[in-house]
Ligand binder design. Structure first.
Ligand SMILES: [Fe+2]
Length: 477
């Protein structure tokens, strides 16, 4: 299904009274649906980096001021200190590839996910504290905790950058919000706990592990927090020159250990290594029979790659300018696993997996991860990778493969596995048909960290396939 162009509109966000145009509305549904989104009127470079908007959709007709047969759709910009400062001094705020900067510091967009907690509501962001809002009026209430409690990654006079998670969790038994904060330079982690009142949050350092990329998601069981390095690598270059790591650390932290460590203390978790990379994962809360986590693996997905006006698609067609700023997904088969972690034995068991390239792929028909740049840019040509057809065989109108410039340029240290994945994707773009990402089996290793050899190889990837060849084309090297 094509992406609705309206979600990237730069028009105003009026109250709407919606009506059902097809089918029948269920009579046994009530309450509200809340949606976080990004205000495109603030002209973010990446569509995800606009100011936070919360939308409240009534699920019963005739409520919230709507006519008897209509459903109230009520979007509100979250009136955070960041938004108020920008409103007063818009000229000093600058949209960048990594968010919005200003002399005050980095804007807390609070636009990523609604988080209900009883009758309270929070909005989240990867690079700022959770923001509490009134669930009825959607008015700003407060940012969670004192800024210094969170150990800002980049301090600033008013708007510190706090590297955290867009998916904190609410602990139903301890009555608290669990989150994390990360030092973006060292990768060191801390667990953060907010008890729901007061100006302060508590924080504990997690020793023995560092996360090199991000902490977009955390999850929990009754007794454990599950933290994993998520696949978004920051790149300060104009064009994206890095690839996300194909694997990363995962750490289990026992909640009781945090309590016994005391405020400001340190804990040591059970560390594993996980591949392929992930961005979202969800644990079963009941851990009486083991710690089980659903992992949405994201090989080939790079949220840091976004569309620009002069991009063309894999067939050489200019992209719809209405999609400018939209993120890209790599076109690779989707992989979802259920993994069971044993923090005592240090083992991981592959309980179940979903992998069916005939049915499930990452990406969308409109927002391909592979986008071709029409005009050559002033940088070196991309390296030859396994699976990359000769430049003369690239689709007409495509001068160069790209996400943001050189999406498949490898880190200088090289990474053969990554090259295999990239090569398969390049071949896919060139021939326009499905080609399996042949590197998956090699990436699908889970092992206990800190050992020279995998203690247990419990997760096995799909069997490799050869890239589909097009008659008359040279076989890739
Ligand atoms: Fe997310």
């Amino acid at each position: 299904m094509p992406i609705p162009r309206s979600i990237l509109t730069k028009g105003d966000l009026p109250d709407l009274d919606l009506r059902v145009v097809r089918g029948a509305w269920p009579s046994d549904i009530s309450g509200h649906l809340v949606i976080s989104t990004s205000d495109q009127r603030t002209h973010p470079v990446h569509a995800f980096f606009g100011d936070g908007v919360m939308v409240r959709l009534a699920l019963e007709p005739g409520t919230d001021g709507a006519a008897p047969d209509r459903f109230a759709w009520r979007p509100r910009v979250i009136d955070t200190p960041s938004v108020r400062l920008r409103r007063r001094r818009p000229e000093v705020f600058t949209a960048t590839r990594l968010g919005t900067t200003s002399p005050f510091g980095t804007l807390n967009a609070a636009n990523t996910a609604p988080l209900p907690w009883g009758d309270r509501l929070f909005a989240t962001w990867d690079a700022g504290r959770p923001v509490e809002i009134d669930p009825v009026t959607l008015a700003f209430v407060a940012e969670v905790g004192h800024r210094d409690d969170w150990a800002p990654a980049l301090d600033a006079p008013v708007l510190p950058l706090i590297a955290t998670t867009a998916h904190p969790v609410i602990d139903p038994e301890r009555g608290c919000l669990w989150s994390v904060t990360r030092d973006v330079f060292s990768g060191e982690l801390s667990v953060v706990r907010y008890d729901g009142s007061g100006r302060h949050v508590r924080r504990w350092r997690v020793e023995g592990v560092s996360f090199p990329q991000a902490t977009h998601t955390i999850t929990q069981t009754r007794d454990w927090l599950v933290l994993a390095d998520t696949a978004y690598k920051v790149d300060l270059a104009d064009d994206r020159t890095v690839t996300n790591n194909p694997d990363g650390p995962l750490v289990l932290v026992r909640k009781d250990d945090l309590e016994s460590a005391g405020d400001g203390g340190a804990v040591r978790g059970s560390v594993f290594r996980l591949a392929p990379e992930v961005n979202h994962f969800y644990a079963a809360y009941d851990d009486s029979a083991g710690i089980r986590v659903v992992m949405e693996h994201t090989p080939g997905v790079d949220i840091g790659m976004y569309l620009r006006e002069d991009d063309v698609d894999a067939f050489g067609r200019p992209i719809d300018p209405a999609l400018r700023g939209m993120y890209c997904h790599g076109m690779s088969p989707a992989l979802t696993t259920v993994l069971e972690f044993d923090p005592v034995k240090g083992t991981v068991t592959d309980v179940a997996r979903l992998y069916d390239p005939s049915r499930y792929w990452q990406g969308r028909a409109v927002c391909h991860g592979l986008v071709l740049r029409r005009s050559a840019r002033a940088h070196a040509p991309p390296p030859r990778l396994p699976g990359l057809p000769p430049r003369g065989d690239q689709p007409a109108g495509a001068a160069e493969l790209r996400g943001q410039g050189r999406p498949f340029a490898l880190p200088s240290r090289g990474d053969a596995l990554r090259a295999r994945l990239a090569g398969a994707r390049l071949a896919q773009a060139a021939v326009g048909v499905g080609v399996d990402a042949g590197g998956l089996p090699d990436l699908a290793r889970v092992r206990a960290a800190g050992t020279r050899r995998p203690r247990q190889v419990a997760v096995r990837g799909p069997r490799p396939r050869r890239a589909q060849r097009v008659p008359g084309r040279r076989r890739p090297p």
